[in-house]
Write a protein that binds this ligand. Structure first.
Ligand code: HEM
Length: 199
């Protein structure tokens, strides 16, 4: 994964747990000699895996808990790094944004040409809930994606619930999430003011 992701892990650990904890995570991940991650350099996924594994030991959390914390942090972090516009231009309403999600990382590939983006496909149901398919060549990221959706609801003032209804980890063929927007999408999520409020 690109250095942007590893830097985000570093930033999250430093901000939430302190610089000394980060040094211990980095040492445990056998990255002692590495001074910093370059945002636009593609690192092997193994580097990210080692960081997460080391963080589980140093922070006493499970890998899923760390991925959830990371999902929460990612939206803030990408905004700090100047990618807020990319997210904002992806959809005028929350259902729009979810529909366009598959384009988001593909558009980020302009800056990150070797990016291996996730695949998202939305199916809108009659009760206004959404079934969302997430596919990736990587494993173990579903807990992060679930939390990411909560972060996407915040700027639209639309709380949402996300339930994982199928999971590769549990032996299903793919990851399926059931997303319910609350209150109803046509009241809060489509209101133009809700967009203004985030700017
Ligand atoms: C707006 C700013 C964003 C930027 C700049 C961005 C960029 C990136 C980058 C550089 C990677 C690493 C992939 C690689 O190196 O191959 C990545 C991975 C990923 N991104 Fe984004 N992203 C953004 C927002 C989002 C959002 C809002 C979501 C989902 C709700 C998302 C879902 C993911 C997932 C799931 C991965 C892991 C890749 C995989 O599943 O295989 N991203 N992104």
């Amino acid at each position: 994964m690109y250095g942007l992701v590893n830097r985000a892990i570093q930033q999250m650990v430093c901000t939430q747990h302190g610089e000394d904890v980060w040094q211990r995570v980095k040492d445990r991940a056998e990255l002692k000699d590495l001074d910093f991650f370059l945002t636009y350099q593609a690192y092997t996924d193994d580097v990210g895996h080692r960081l997460v594994a080391a963080a589980t030991v140093e922070l006493g959390l499970s890998a899923d808990q760390i991925m959830q914390a990371f999902g929460e942090y990612w939206i803030t972090y990408t905004a700090l790094e100047g990618y807020e516009q990319l997210l904002e231009s992806t959809g005028e309403t929350l259902p729009d944004l979810l529909d366009q999600l598959d384009n988001l990382d593909a558009r980020a590939a302009v800056a990150f040409p070797e990016l291996q983006p996730p695949f998202f496909r939305c199916e809108h149901r009659a009760d206004r809930s959404i079934t969302l398919e997430y596919r990736s060549k990587r494993k173990g990221l579903a807990p992060m994606v679930t939390v990411l959706f909560h972060g996407l609801g915040q700027p639209f003032h639309t709380p949402l619930t996300v339930d994982q209804i199928a999971s590769r980890e549990r032996g299903d063929a793919r990851e399926l999430l059931h997303v319910c927007l609350s209150p109803p999408a046509d009241v809060s999520a489509a209101h133009p003011d809700s967009r203004d409020a985030r700017e």
